[in-house]
Each structure stands twice: as C-alpha cells, then as structure tokens.
Write a protein that binds this ligand. Structure first.
Ligand code: PGA
Length: 249
C-alpha cells in the first residue's frame, strides 16, 4: 500500500515572522497520525527556523527546489546535501512553475532527482498537463513523457524512494480543482505506467494530487483508491484549512 502524505507548498510567500506564526499555530494544533505524513515546504531562508519550531511534533520539513549539481561554484544555488544537513527530508521537483517560468525540463530534473536521492532525501516529483494538452487529447502522452524522461532513467529501488504529485497545470492556483473522477483516472494511468515499467512493486509509489485542494474538497479526492494524498499550495498558508486537509481521510 502506498503511504499517505499531505505536503504544504508555501511557494514564495510569508516573511520571517509570518512563517514563524504559521508553524507555531500548526505545531500547537497538529496531532500526529502514523498513517499520514504531514510535510511543510517553506522558502529556503525559513527552513532552519521552521525545523526548530516543529521540534518533536512529527511534522516533516520539505524544500521547494535544489541544485542539479553537488557542490562548488554555483552562485545562488542550494544543494541537496545542504538541505539534508538543515533537517530537510523532502524536496519538491518538477513543479509546473519551475517548468514554465524557469525552463526546467527532463535533463535537469533528472540530475536534481539524482542529487536529492544521493543526499538520502525524498523527491516529491510533480507532473501534469496544460489545458491545451488535455483538450488536444495528449494527456497520457504528456504524462508518460514526463515520467519517462526522469523515472525512466532510474532503478526500481530509486523509484520506490520517490513520491509523485499529479498537478494538472490548469488546476494550480486557479480555484478549478480536477474532479475526484478526473484525478483518479490520471492516477490510475500513472500507477499503470509504473507497474508496466518497473513491475508490481512500483504500485507502492505514492501519488499525491495537487491543484486547488481545499478543506472542503480534500476528503472527496482522498477517498479515491489511487489518490494517496495532496500537495497543497494556497490552502497550506491557512493553518486551520491545512490541518483539515491533513485529517481529511
Ligand atoms: P494550489 O497549488 O493548491 O494553490 O492550487 C498547488 C501547487 O502548486 O502545488
């Protein structure tokens, strides 16, 4: 059985005190649940303070990006090893904003994924189609391509250390959520691709859904067989909503 996750992607939001306040409220109100891994992904400068404030709550720390290279003269970059030494456990990679706005494609995402795995961390690898691609009937082609160009170059043990997130680009930050049926259809396709490529063990890879998940629609999505949790943007900035999503099963 795939493990269940709810991860909050704060994106480029919150100043120091605001980030502190959010983590304090989460920590005070969170009750650990062994069945669901709860993760927050703050911007880089707030990682260490967030780690300290999370203390023994059991909430895990994630980052939103990392360098494709290991170390050295790469001004402005942050390595996976640095993240590991800051107490980070998860790294979001391949988010559609990184793909669309920063030109990150297969080759660089494969390198980043390798660096994250080498550092002993878990990539949360995002894939998803645009509305144009969906309307043109290219959904499965796009998803297979995004999987193939990264996971297709990894081994089964490596793939078992990855969490996937299906995030249709048309649903991110738009208030338009994929229906549970639409999401389930794609998640089933992804689990099918995984078992076809790596064998039945790969059906244990968790696939999160992301794109306008709210406290209201989370339980309908999470009730589906192939939906193993959520990657939450906007709603992760509101602690009460985020915790409702964490408890939505
Ligand atoms: P959203 O973002 O929940 O605000 O749509 C999701 C994401 O980008 O991961």
């Amino acid at each position: 059985m795939p493990r269940k996750y709810v991860a909050g992607n704060w994106k480029m939001n919150l100043l120091k005190e605001e980030a502190e306040q959010l983590v304090r409220t989460l920590s005070e109100n969170y009750t650990a649940n062994p069945d669901v891994e709860c993760i927050v992904c703050p911007p880089f400068p707030w990682l260490t303070q967030t780690k300290a404030l999370l203390g023994e709550t059991g909430i895990q720390l994630g980052a939103q990006n990392c360098a494709a290279t290991e170390k050295g003269a790469f001004t402005g970059e942050v390595s996976a090893q640095m993240l590991a030494s800051a107490g980070v456990r998860y790294v979001i990679l391949g988010h559609s904003e990184r793909r669309a706005l920063f030109g990150e494609q297969g080759a660089v995402l494969l390198e980043k994924t390798k660096r994250v795995l080498e550092a002993g961390l878990t990539p949360i690898f995002c894939i998803g189609e645009t509305l144009e691609e969906r309307n043109a009937g290219k959904l499965e082609q796009v998803i297979s391509h995004q999987l193939q160009e990264v996971l297709g170059h990894l081994s089964l043990p490596e793939v078992l250390n990855i969490v996937l997130a299906y995030e249709p680009v048309w649903a991110i930050g738009t208030g338009v959520t994929a229906s549970p049926e639409q999401a389930e259809e794609v998640h089933t396709f992804i689990h099918g691709w995984l078992t076809k490529t790596f064998g039945s063990e790969a059906s244990n890879v968790s696939i999160l859904y992301g794109g306008s998940v709210t406290a209201e629609n989370a339980s309908g999505l999470f009730a589906r067989n192939h939906i193993d949790g959520g990657l939450i943007g906007g709603a992760s900035l509101k602690p009460a909503d985020f915790l409702k999503i964490v408890n939505a099963w």
